[in-house]
Write a protein that binds this ligand. Structure first.
Ligand SMILES: Nc1ncnc2c1ncn2[C@@H]1O[C@H](COP(=O)(O)OP(=O)(O)O)[C@@H](O)[C@H]1O
Ligand SMILES: [Mg+2]
Length: 90
């Protein structure tokens, strides 16, 4: 798994950067390695619990196992902001 440091992404969770919302997460626009990315931030009661970390790992690793033009790429997990970092579909 690729663990991404918060220091390496540009992220501000404000409404102008919000691009979507689902059952489990809010999705924001951000920058990683000079690329525009989607930052999917999960709403977790306690991010430090092992099961919170597993949830992030599971979602990221499933996407990272796939390589197909119709599947969004995942760059990795950023634990500090409970997020997975995704290719931006814009
Ligand atoms: N990689 C992405 N690029 C652009 N928009 C995205 C991306 N991922 C999610 N979104 C937007 O955010 C919404 C919620 O994301 P989703 O993955 O469905 O969250 P949840 O797992 O909570 O249902 C999507 O319906 C879409 O509008
Ligand atoms: Mg959804």
């Amino acid at each position: 798994m690729c663990i991404i440091s918060y220091a390496d992404i540009t992220f501000s969770p404000v409404s102008k950067n919000k691009i979507g919302h689902g059952a489990s997460a809010a999705v924001y626009r951000g920058i990683f390695k000079n690329l525009p990315v989607a930052i999917k931030q999960f709403a977790l009661d306690n991010p430090n619990l092992p099961r919170s970390k597993s949830l992030l790992l599971n979602e990221a690793s499933e996407l990272m196992q796939l390589s197909h033009g119709n599947v969004i790429k995942c760059f990795g997990v950023c634990y500090e902001i409970c997020s997975i970092i995704l290719e931006l579909a814009a």
